[in-house]
Ligand binder design. Sequence first.
Ligand SMILES: C[S@@+](CC[C@H](N)C(=O)[O-])C[C@H]1O[C@@H](n2cnc3c(N)ncnc32)[C@H](O)[C@@H]1O
Length: 231
Amino acid sequence: MNKFTLDKESARLIVLQRIELLQSFQKKLRKLFGRYIFSNFFLKFFVNTNQIGEKYFYIMKKEYETIENEVKFSNKKYLSIGGGLGGLELIINMETKNNFFYFIEKNYVSKKVKYGWDDKNLEAYNNLQLVEKFLTKNGMNINKFKIYDFDTNNFPNEKFDFIISLYSLDYHYDFNIYLEYLKKISNDQSKIIFDTIRADYFKNIFKNVKIIQSVDNTVHKSKRIICSEFI
Ligand SMILES: C[S@@+](CC[C@H](N)C(=O)[O-])C[C@H]1O[C@@H](n2cnc3c(N)ncnc32)[C@H](O)[C@@H]1O
């Protein structure tokens, strides 16, 4: 398998979650007409589903390679926080055996897409029905995952081996929103992986903080860190 199967609606969502999937003419349109008109009008017409299925697979495979050595195990429980459509978890599922995936995401699409820090954590770009459809269409058994809506406050109450949040937790909104919950659902072996621009700050929160990737070619200049053992 070297591409994801997806429908037009899911393709439009992925483009909002992963800006690098836009072609350069689409980026120009977005600049010219503004984010609101672009997201609500142009994206309805200018989305090449096939191409996005291929590119999204490629990007997620590359992301997987950054964490592969840390997460490639069988019989584990994974929690994805803000995982978007779940492309990364699909790849982990393909590469490993007998794992279970939990997802916490939001179930709405903001009117105006913002790509920066979201103080109040009001922004979201997802549709949980489409996440379920996308995961099952691409080979994840319906009995192997559960999806939770962040806004219902009903979160999974399990101990997780891996908690993964790419470009979501502490990249778009404050880690502290999840702090107490993460303490509850982790143990000293749990690994928490996320992207942040303040890696050092987490040395006061966790006993172990390891930088596994530095992204210097964007305005955010973030680090991908893997943390364990709350202090
Ligand atoms: C930039 S996208 C990244 C998606 C995916 N992790 C990826 O790398 O493609 C950020 C995601 O975080 C989600 N999100 C925003 N606030 C959230 C929250 N409090 N809990 C879980 N997900 C959230 C958004 O809906 C969006 O899908």
